[in-house]
Design a protein around this ligand. Structure first.
Ligand code: G3H
Ligand code: 13P
Ligand code: ZN
Length: 311
């Protein structure tokens, strides 16, 4: 099966009350860990690449690695650009074989966001590629750009119908209180998401796939391992998994996970190197990192997203 768009995945996920995991990839070990778990659990999959990942690994390497993962597993994989900043980066990914792009115009005023998103949609659809847009702004760090709490904003449900109909986007990312990175909520304060906004968006856009960014749970086991072996991650807090389960049952069809993968890989590598100080073979110290990613993704698919046994 060639690399696919997310159209069919989202239709089934919406109807079935589950979500597809969209996992950020930067190298071979991350791709192998994720796809091994998805193949084991028979789950459709979105692998997503940020501008930073393209800069780190080069587009062609990531493209070929994802093609290799598809050939190795036979999984339906959608290859998606995460947080495309402008038309040029989206065009470059569309021309370079991606099946899905996100144009993130959320930092622009409403009319400018619509114009930019529509420009990308027109080009993408003419090339058989689907587009994710964003309304509302998440707090946190994306590609070295820090969005402060004051500059973040919840999605206004009153804008979603106009945005979707004027742009023609295929899915919409909304801001309901999640954020990027490992520090999503203040210590001692009960994490809360604006499910009322999600409900209102769902009512206004029946059947339309919604995307949740910043959805890592910051698994305590990995944070504790990192800290036990010389790391310093104080007060890291993620989205409680019950909230992700609830979102997946609702209109959320795509759940973005990056930080959890980074923590899983780092925990495995740190522990291995601390316990084997004489080792300097990357093939040995990357294995526990890759295994942690596989176990994490298996857990997400079967215990949180519900996308297992859907192919
Ligand atoms: O939303 C941002 C993702 O976590 C990607 O992060 O830009 O550092 O690759 P990155
Ligand atoms: P996390 O930092 O919560 O993993 O979010 C990832 C994300 O939204 C990628 O677009
Ligand atoms: Zn994101």
């Amino acid at each position: 099966m060639p690399i696919v768009t997310s159209t069919e995945m989202f239709k089934k996920a919406y109807e079935g009350g589950y979500a597809i995991g969209a996992f950020n990839v930067n190298n071979m070990e991350i791709i192998q860990g994720i796809t091994e778990a998805a193949a084991e659990t028979r789950s459709p999959l979105i692998l997503q690449v940020s501008a930073g990942a393209r800069k780190y690994a080069k587009h062609v390497y990531l493209m070929k690695l994802v093609e290799a993962a598809e050939a190795d597993t036979g999984l339906p994989i959608c290859l998606h650009l995460d947080h495309g900043e402008n038309f040029e980066v989206c065009k470059s990914c569309i021309d370079g074989g991606f099946t899905s792009v996100m144009i993130d115009g959320s930092k622009h005023p409403f009319e400018d966001n619509i114009a930019l998103t529509k420009q990308v949609v027109d080009y993408a659809h003419a090339h058989g590629v689907v587009v994710e847009g964003e309304l509302g702004r998440l707090e946190g760090v994306e590609d070295d750009v820090v969005v402060s709490a004051e500059n973040s904003s919840y999605t206004d449900p009153a804008q979603v119908e106009e945005f979707v109909s004027r742009t023609g986007v295929d899915s919409l990312a909304i801001a309901i209180g999640t954020s990027h990175g490992a520090y999503k909520f203040k210590p001692g304060v009960k994490p809360q998401l604006r499910f009322d906004i999600l409900k209102e968006v769902e009512k206004r856009l029946p059947g339309f796939p919604i995307v949740l960014h910043g959805a890592s749970s910051v698994i305590p086991e990995f944070v504790e391992t990192i800290n036990a072996y010389g790391g310093k991650l104080n007060d890291a807090i993620g989205v409680p998994e019950d909230m992700l389960r609830e979102a997946a049952r609702m209109a959320v069809c795509k759940i973005n996970i990056d930080s959890d993968l980074r923590l899983a890989l780092t925990a495995g590598v740190r522990k291995h190197l601390a316990e084997n100080p004489a080792n300097f073979d990357p093939r040995q110290y990357l294995i526990p990192g890759r295994d942690n990613i596989r176990d994490l993704v298996r857990h997400k698919i079967t215990d949180v997203l519900g996308s297992n046994d859907r192919i």
